[in-house]
Design a binder for this molecule. Structure first.
Ligand code: PMP
Length: 344
């Protein structure tokens, strides 16, 4: 990597081996050294390229998939985009069952990548036959030679990061990493990466980032599913209202909860101060680091790696829209002056 004049057979050869970039400004006042694993450098612009490629290649190895077969998943987010991308190169049909809550932009983006998109009503329960879960399940049963990625309940999601993200971070830090900070959605990224890193050095501390409105942190602490923890929140891609089996709670030391508002402002701050145009959950992960720093968790000799899962361009109508930020009330208590910038 990093060599000039390289030629690749397809975009799939560019999946993984993402750079680790030292953070220069946002963490400047904190003790320790901070590095970001910038997953937007994947060809599909997110960490989900790794799981799409890994899960599809494992299915090929097992003889489940042959050219022309169909890959099915229930997401309008990064995973959908990555599956669509891998499907193009490998010659599969890609069907994505998504919620009618998904923005038209997202649906158009998936269509641009050749996916067939089924838009399913958002406000029905998961077991309603019209829900995107049930539509995906039914299509999987009906379509011969289809694979259902099922990222929240697929152990291969963890494997993908165990095989790639973990070893990359270990090598890039020359084994000096002391803390891993990563958002937990399916839990695949943090679980696979942490499992590998802890095998190399059991002292590496692993901190998951969760949203207010998600059950994950409480479940980790109490092993109880507390429905009272569940309420709507705006960050997409982290936290959950169920317990995914793609999360290995044993390799995660602790979870930190972050707010929608602070995460949004921190994403903007990273873009402005590091020149790294990052997504909403990158802001969430950095917000968790700020909170941990306030608690005095980090020491002078610590080497902290934070995963930045995707690119800011996917959030133009949200975190990077002053209008949207204003509508959420996110300018009410912090950065009032930020809202008033009118210069273009
Ligand atoms: N950030 C974003 C933007 C995501 O799409 C996801 C995946 N849901 C995550 C973070 C969390 O990654 P994981 O699913 O591996 O826990």
């Amino acid at each position: 990597m990093g060599q000039k004049n390289q030629v690749f057979d397809s975009v799939l050869e560019l999946v993984g081996n993402t750079p680790l970039v030292r953070l220069r400004n946002v963490t400047a006042p904190f003790k320790g050294q901070y590095y970001a694993k910038v997953e937007a450098f994947n060809p599909g612009h997110s960490s989900k390229d790794r799981i799409a490629l890994h899960i599809i290649e494992q299915a090929e190895k097992q003889g489940i998939l042959k050219p022309g077969d169909t890959i099915i998943e229930t997401t309008s987010g990064n995973t959908g985009f990555s599956i669509a991308m891998v499907s193009i190169i490998k010659g599969y049909e890609c069907i994505l069952a998504v919620s009618s809550k998904s923005s038209p932009d997202k649906i158009d983006m998936l269509k641009a990548m050749g996916a067939k998109v089924y838009v399913c009503p958002a406000h029905v329960s998961a077991d309603d036959p019209r829900s995107y879960y049930q539509v995906a399940k039914r299509l999987h049963e009906e379509v011969n030679g289809s694979v259902y990625i099922n990222q929240y309940f697929n152990e291969l999601n963890i494997d993908a990061h165990y095989a790639s993200t973990g070893p990359e971070i270990w090598e890039q830090t020359e084994g000096k990493i002391t803390h891993l900070v990563a958002c937990s959605g399916t839990g695949g990224t943090i679980s696979g990466t942490a499992r590998f890193l802890k095998e190399q050095n059991p002292n590496v501390k692993v901190i998951g980032v969760d949203a207010y409105g998600s059950v994950i942190k409480k479940f980790h602490e109490t092993k109880e599913f507390d429905e009272n923890e569940i309420y709507p929140y705006r960050i997409e891609g982290l936290g959950k209202n169920l317990i995914p089996s793609a999360t290995d709670f044993d390799v995660i030391d602790t979870f930190v909860k972050v707010t929608d508002q602070e995460s949004a402002h921190t994403a903007r701050e990273i873009s402005r101060s590091e020149g790294l145009f990052v997504g909403y959950t990158s802001g969430a992960a950095m917000q968790a680091i700020k909170q941990l720093n306030d608690e005095g968790v980090f020491g002078e000799n610590d080497v902290v790696v934070v995963v930045f899962p995707d690119h800011g361009s996917r959030y133009m109508s949200k975190v990077y829209s002053d209008k949207w930020m204003g509508e959420q009330g996110f300018f009410d208590t912090v950065n009032k002056e930020e809202a008033q910038i009118v210069e273009y």
